[in-house]
Ligand binder design. Structure first.
Ligand code: ASP
Length: 346
């Protein structure tokens, strides 16, 4: 059964303090999907909550110190890319060919500049590659080997693909390929031996795990970022919504910032991130109402699954999902951090 959950804007930077006090806000996610109390161990739940809290703290430190929203969303996303819990960077899922292919994008709401990369296999921090594409190339999106060449030329950290290997994602690939009657590729070169590894307590077959962040800084600028490994057993160079500006990521100081997670094909077809911002800007919807409408009604009507985190430049934060959970957290200059996993949490 699909659960529709949306949580009222928890903090608005216009609400509390005096008008001239500089304020900031941030919201992050670590993927949406079938995430249920009954099937999640206390150990796994604690790990996810801790990882989200660490990322939020890092972003809050940057914004509190006067750093930019762009720096904050990049830093928070990088931390989650380094954490094998998430389907981004180190914990990314495998393609049917047994590789990791990352997609990422970032957008600056002050300028509407944007950058993205798709299908990279050896860039440690795909979000930093997306930012480099935005700031140091004439393009918005680079993909595959070309993107990797650009990353190396820009001095970004390039790693051996075995760096991204996790046993639980490999097991998930084996199960997915078996279910589809497809051959299982050899374990990647450099992957550790499977003996003795117990990851059953953290079975993430049905969880997505994309990461994303939205922030507004003390100058009132908004930025959004998203990184993913995509879907387990993806084939043929499949690219999801995460690197597509307007689908998985959007930011505009005139409306809002959004980072999305879910079945990417539906997010592309609905142009979800930009659509939420258009409802705010052109129809005057609140950020929560816009997110609820697009996720709770439009995505659900197409049978797509997932969620978004979103924010307006005045710091009103929203999250919405039509799944049983989404790893997520928020914080602002007006309110202490909140970490949530299950759909019914605040
Ligand atoms: N949106 C991602 C994709 O389709 C996956 C996810 O967010 O779970 O590639």
């Amino acid at each position: 059964m699909r659960i529709i959950a949306a949580v009222a804007a928890a903090c608005s930077l216009t609400a509390a303090a005096t008008a001239d006090e500089p304020r900031w806000a941030l919201v992050i996610h670590g993927g949406a999907g079938v995430i249920e109390r009954d099937s999640m161990t206390a150990e796994a739940e604690a790990l996810y909550r801790e990882a989200l809290a660490i990322a939020v703290d890092a972003g809050a430190d940057i914004l509190r110190g006067g750093g930019s929203a762009l720096d904050a969303v990049e830093a928070m996303t990088r931390l989650m890319e380094d954490d094998p819990l998430f389907n981004a960077g180190r914990g990314a899922v495998f393609t049917a060919a047994g590789r990791v292919e990352h997609d990422a994008s970032i957008m600056d709401g002050a300028t509407l500049n944007a950058g993205a990369s798709a299908g990279t296999t050896n860039v440690r921090h795909p979000i930093s590659l997306a930012r480099a594409v935005m700031e140091r190339s004439r393009h918005v999106m680079l993909q595959g080997p070309g993107a990797e060449t650009f990353a190396a030329e820009q001095g970004l950290e390039v790693v051996h693909p075995a760096y991204f290997f996790t046993e639980r994602r490999w097991r998930a690939l084996e199960r997915a390929l078996e279910a589809q009657g497809l051959p299982i590729p050899p374990r990647p070169e450099g992957a550790p031996e499977p003996e003795g590894v117990d990851h059953t307590w953290l079975n993430t077959d049905t969880r997505f795990g994309t990461v994303g962040a939205v922030a507004v800084d003390m100058d009132g600028n908004i930025a959004a970022a998203t990184t993913t490994g995509g879907m387990t057993a993806k084939r043929w160079g499949r690219v999801g919504d995460s690197p597509i500006i307007g689908a998985g990521t959007y930011a505009s100081n005139a409306s809002c910032g959004v980072s999305a997670t879910g079945t990417g094909e539906y997010f592309i077809r609905l142009n979800i991130a930009a659509r939420i911002c258009a409802l705010v800007e052109l129809q005057g919807l609140s950020i929560q109402d816009a997110a609820d409408r697009v996720i709770g009604e439009e995505l659900t009507a197409l049978s797509g699954d997932g969620g978004v985190v979103a924010m307006t430049p005045d710091g009103a934060i929203a999250w919405a999902m039509n799944t049983s959970g989404m790893y997520r957290a928020r914080a602002s200059s007006d309110a202490p951090p909140v970490v949530a996993i299950f759909a019914d949490e605040g």
